[in-house]
Design a protein around this ligand. Structure first.
Ligand code: AMP
Length: 500
């Protein structure tokens, strides 16, 4: 049997069932979705795309972005989705590195992008316009699905790469299908589900987690072009599940319409891609009666761990490893497994773990242990109940005076203070300590808490070497589109703070 993800999703589909509701209110059935994917796959082949080729896409979110993913799988090509925020200069790097047989861009950028590639470049707009969609409209036949093996490439997703060059994570058909299967079971997805899809589709969360789970279950997606709190609230009476990043939840908490009554029809709220504040979890429960289910994953590994569907969804934890995923905590340098409860780097192995970085064999080798475990670069621990806790990225670890300071622990103490909305703790070059701990804090609107009050409050709570030596205040923390705090930007902004 073919391991092609397209076929696995198509087998699960009931042709007459609604797969997607478009932002304009139209309904696309599963039958129409796969028929369109077949014609789009034929259009790819007509443009010279062959099995094993890459198809790059820097396009706005629309149902056709999902059809394109299915069409690439069907034609045996690897999809290379690109963040719409990337500039032409950045795009040039990706196209040069991945050498796609075809690049799809937004209609307004067609001429500019054509100067960057010697291969085909066509446009795909979010309202059915663009040169590629004109070709699709003219295609009559549907391309039969190309047979794929489990470890054939389905997609290359470039990591956000806050340091150094962005790396292309090679994901196989099995990586994606095994993860979707595990999540459908764990999160109890069925054809009765209606998912509010408000995530971007150039990132694994919206493109794969949300979409593949919904399609594999035969569920319906309410497809929204971007996150908009009013639009999400308008959809909740007909929906059952929302998948979001933590900022979705903090913004929805600001919405006056968010009540237990308004979310009565919903059965599940999932959060991931960045840490969810314990406070957000508690406020959400108070307002709606629902416990947000937090899960953990990364581009390279798909989803790794999830809080339970039944059983306690613990704030501040990411739950248990997914079925089929092995997880261990090791010493970052030696790779030696640490005793239970100790902090170390999280390592994972399983069918979810990617095949390596595109054309970077040394980087790939450096991030796998000899026994095949992938070194995530996240620091964490597993508690006595088996829940996984993330304490931060290894590269965000602060070493002050020779002592390890885990930012998450300090942030937790600061966030718990009255008047603090949230915080980010960073290490800055320090003449005596190597690195000094600094905190960047967002106050609750109207609160007056100052540096002195924060430092004083932490005195009895944290060992001296963990206490911030400086506290800065900002209106908002810098975040990327997935809600991740950009600590590198903060380190840069405050880099001279402890200078001589
Ligand atoms: P990305 O590859 O863009 O999905 O980013 C993956 C990274 O996001 C992980 O390595 C974690 O550092 C972070 N991340 C994802 N989910 C969570 C979570 N629930 N809590 C804390 N960090 C998370």
């Amino acid at each position: 049997m073919s391991a092609n993800l397209h076929d696995i999703l198509a087998r699960a589909a009931r042709p007459d069932k609604t797969a997607m509701e478009t932002p304009e209110g139209a309904r696309i059935s599963y039958g129409e979705l796969f028929a369109r994917a077949g014609r789009m796959a034929q259009a790819l082949v007509d443009l010279g795309v062959e099995p094993g080729d890459r198809v790059a896409a820097q396009i706005d979110k629309s149902p056709d972005a999902i059809v394109l993913a299915l069409a690439c799988f069907r034609a045996g090509a690897a999809l290379l989705p690109l963040n719409t925020a990337y500039t032409l200069t950045e795009l040039e790097y990706f196209l040069g590195d991945a050498e796609p047989a075809l690049t799809l861009c937004r209609p307004a950028q067609l001429d500019a992008v054509r100067t960057l590639s010697e291969r085909s470049v066509e446009s795909l707009g979010d309202r059915g316009e663009g040169t590629f969609l004109q070709r699709v409209a003219a295609v009559r036949e549907e391309l039969p699905s190309v047979k794929r093996k489990a470890d054939d490439l389905a997609a290359i997703l470039y990591t956000s790469g806050t340091t150094g060059r962005s790396k292309g994570a090679m994901l196989t058909h099995e990586n994606l299908s095994s993860n979707a299967q595990a999540l459908v079971g764990l999160w109890r997805f069925t054809a009765q589900d209606v998912l509010i899809h408000a995530l971007p589709v150039y990132h694994t969360h919206g493109l794969f987690v949300a979409t593949n789970v919904a399609l594999l279950a035969g569920a319906t997606m309410i497809f929204q072009p971007k996150f908009d709190a009013d639009a999400v609230m308008a959809a909740t009476p007909r929906a059952t599940v929302l998948m979001g990043v933590p900022t979705f939840y903090t913004r929805l908490l600001d919405h006056p319409g968010l009540t237990a009554e308004a979310t009565r029809h919903m059965r599940l709220f999932v959060s991931g891609s960045a840490p969810l504040l314990a406070e957000t979890h508690a406020l959400w429960r108070e307002r709606t009666g629902h416990a947000i289910l937090e899960r953990y994953g990364m581009t390279e590994t798909n989803m790794i761990a999830s809080n339970p569907y039944d059983g306690a969804r613990l704030a501040g934890t990411v739950g248990f490893p997914l079925p089929g995923v092995s997880l261990r905590i090791a010493e970052p340098d030696s790779g030696k497994v640490v005793p239970g409860g100790d902090v170390g780097v999280i390592e994972v192995k399983g069918p979810n773990v990617f095949k390596g970085y595109w054309r970077m064999p040394e980087k790939t080798a450096a991030e796998f242990r000899p026994d095949g475990f992938f070194i995530t670069g996240d620091l964490g621990k597993v508690d006595a109940q088996g829940y996984v806790h993330i304490v931060g990225r290894a590269k965000d670890l602060i070493i002050s005076g020779g002592f390890n300071v885990y930012p998450r622990e300090v942030e937790g103490e600061i966030d718990a203070l009255d008047g603090v909305f949230e915080s980010a703790v960073i290490g800055l070059a320090h003449p005596d300590f190597g690195e000094g701990v600094a905190a960047v804090v967002v106050r609750v609107p109207g609160a007056a808490i100052d540096e002195f009050a924060i430092r004083q409050a932490l005195e009895g709570r944290l060992a001296r070497f963990k206490q911030p030596k400086r506290v800065f205040f900002v209106e908002a923390l810098p975040r990327n589109a997935m809600g991740k705090v950009q600590k590198a930007a903060l380190r840069e902004a405050y880099k001279g703070a402890f200078a001589g």
